[in-house]
Design a protein around this ligand. Sequence first.
Ligand SMILES: [Zn+2]
Ligand SMILES: [Zn+2]
Length: 473
Amino acid sequence: MALDEPEAGPVEIDEEDEWQLYASAGYATIEPSFEDESDEEENTEEAWFDGDDFDVEANSLNWDAPPCPAPLGIAHVIKLGVCDHCLSRIAGTRISETTSGSEIRSQAYERDPELSSKALQDLCPLCENLFEDVGNITDRVFESLHGTQFSTMQFGIHLPKDLMQEEDRIRTKFGAPGSNPLKGSIVEAIHDNIREQGRNVDFVKERPDVMVLVDGLTLRVDVDVRPVFLYGRYRKLSREIPQTRWPCRACRGRAEGCEACEGSGLQYIDSVQDLIGEPVKEALQADDTSFHGMGREDIDVRCLGSGRPFVLEVKKPRKRIHSVPELVKLVNNNAETKVEVDSLEWCAKSRVNEVKQSRSEKSYTIRFRVEQLGAEEEVIEAIQGLSGQIIEQETPKRVSHRRAAKVRKRKLVSIDDVRVEGDEVQVTMRCEAGTYVKELVHSDEGRTNPSIQEAIGSDCEVIWLDVEEIHAE
Ligand SMILES: [Zn+2]
Ligand SMILES: [Zn+2]
């Protein structure tokens, strides 16, 4: 059965994707512990202890303000101006399990009626009242994602470093041991808020459908809708189609195009990328596609057999759940007589590199005209003689403008069929990955050695070339 949803692939760490790293860093709740610089003036009478066994968890014990959950500790953090959310967060798990922040506060006021007038400030020193913005942040997140289908989210929040340092200092000194740090707590509060709104979202740390990064200072929300990937193999039945989109040479692909490209901005109206990618892009309401092929053939070369493996990257899809057989149908209807796809499957991003790095042997059929053709049997024998040979190829003239000059050694694995028809010869052969096949026939002015031209002792001119099979697993 075809998968209708992207599969959960292996965990991958995408080093190139800084955004993801940024967001992950934003999510991390473990901050480096800051040294406690807060031995305050009240502690001076402890000097005669010589700084020994009164240290509790690296904090000097403060008899006036012991850490929460001691009532004096709770009173102290209320005096510091801590908000109800943070009060609940640092008062101690036993208390906060059954008692809300405001109840903890009322109880403290009952114990010490003067406490209510002693709070130092309106702005919570632990969170700068960020918890009040949780609903607001949630609204902004869903506004940014309006119309986007997703089921998993990676959520990050960026907080000012000085706020986190100050929060850490107060919490480790006066908070109950084991209290949740600010960043993790605020993220959790936002997660809860999103769930309370009945949104069906899984919060994940890897491979999310969408990544959300919130700036805790400005409440700016950045949303990154992650691409989906489809693996398949294409057959190219035309000799006039490049694999990927080619910008127009005259206008370099300006948006409005030019006369030469009739406003398309493209050198070739069709490409395998767009014939396959455009219907998928439309179906998934995506922004764009990238095409990653297992190598490529020249524009005038067909690709037959079971086709060339590729991964289509679909960028910013609003829809990410779709019937795959339906997509295959859309592609084949769109690309009729030009490109064919038998099947597609959702895949992980890691498949892109697998496809690009894969080196497979290929079978080709090439047809060429021979200037002075000798006896048929001799020609066939001469060509068969190349079977199994190592071919040395200098970088061909036709690609030397974009490839460094060097000599490649490639094996001509086998000559499988030779046909002579008039002054034309047609050869089917299997070659190691990366063999320049046209050059193997016409020798590229002696830069490929040995060659068919040399073997039969007459000039050869290539008529056409087909990739018969790509021997990928
Ligand atoms: Zn607070
Ligand atoms: Zn143009």
